[in-house]
Design a binder for this molecule. Sequence first.
Ligand SMILES: [Zn+2]
Length: 85
Amino acid sequence: MSNPYRMENQETKKCTSCGEVKTLVSFSNLTGASDGKQSTCRTCGNLASQDNDSDDLVELRLKKRRYDSSVMDRELAKEIGEVWS
Ligand SMILES: [Zn+2]
């Protein structure tokens, strides 16, 4: 009778990013790699992509804020101009 908790084919690999030894299922496939897996685990890969995303988002928000404030300044100047004219 086989043990349902026995792990089969649990080859492990050390993530080059976090340094943790994880099973191969924790690594995304990478065609062309020596073992067919990425050198960093999915968790680190996700973190990296999230960082990129948030950097882009922050950059976008800053650009938008700059745009909004310049538009608002112009609108405000117009309003003030109208009030004072
Ligand atoms: Zn990792």
